[in-house]
Design a binder for this molecule. Sequence first.
Ligand code: C2E
Ligand code: CA
Ligand code: CA
Ligand code: CA
Length: 270
Amino acid sequence: ADAIPASSSRLTAGAMRNAAAGDTMLMAELRDAITRGELGYCLQPKIDLRSGRLLGAELLVRWEHPRFGPLEPDAFVPIAEQTDTIGEMTLYLARCGLEQCRRWAAAGERLHVSVNVSANDLADPRLVDAIIEATGSQGHCLMLEITETAVMREPERVAVALPRLRAHGIRISVDDFGVGHSSLVNLRRLAPDELKIDRSFVAAVLDSASDRAIVRATIQLGHELGASVVAEGIEDEATRAWLATAGCDSGQGFGIAKPMPAARFMELLG
Ligand code: C2E
Ligand code: CA
Ligand code: CA
Ligand code: CA
């Protein structure tokens, strides 16, 4: 009995059936959520760590569920990934991001938007085509974030998609860098435009010498690969200052700005 993990001993067979039934229900509802206009998003500012200048925003999906209220991505993105819905969702959100970029440009600000994509997305050539078509001549506006783990799930197909996106000026960021298991060979081949240091390392830089070493090494690796390096999850000024001194290019986090509605982001442009 000692060998049974706590999580499975807490879940009765009935609860597990209910959880699975709930997922199936959400999966069906998610298909209509886009057309019903229930999918929204927040924007989290990304700044230059030395100058403090605003560089752009990361688009983070939200689902205004009619009965459950606002749902966090962790509650439905994994479900979308099990179906074709993820591609539709990604394309919809990329269009939303591009639309925001046009507004920022009209207000005189040349900013980019970072959109999270899943492994399945970049593995689907039709979706890659659709993103390229939606982007048109706005390639400089769009950065796609793909987690290191996702890259490793579909390394061959991602490697095919990236040059096509790049040919249209779309940039690629490797998200949650450091917690996945990408080989250096893969990383060199992907030639990402940005490495995004995972929050778990960023949160520990002031307390842990080994995390500081990992972050310094990541910054050096990124720069030597020709990539810009961004830190996520910066929660306080001391962390921001340390990262800036360590040569990290840009940053995001609650200590800089929390994710906000598009209208509030627009107000930041002044
Ligand atoms: P992520 O890509 O690593 O996104 C960053 C998450 O960290 C966001 O949570 C953000 O609100 C949160 N965060 C930002 N700054 C801080 C901070 O200083 N401290 C802490 N503790 N958290 C911070 P969110 O919005 O709940 O998103 C969670 C994850 O869901 C994302 O992680 C991403 O993997 C996924 N996700 C979000 N939007 C999308 C999307 O449009 N498409 C896909 N495929 N995945 C998405
Ligand atoms: Ca991200
Ligand atoms: Ca991340
Ligand atoms: Ca994350």
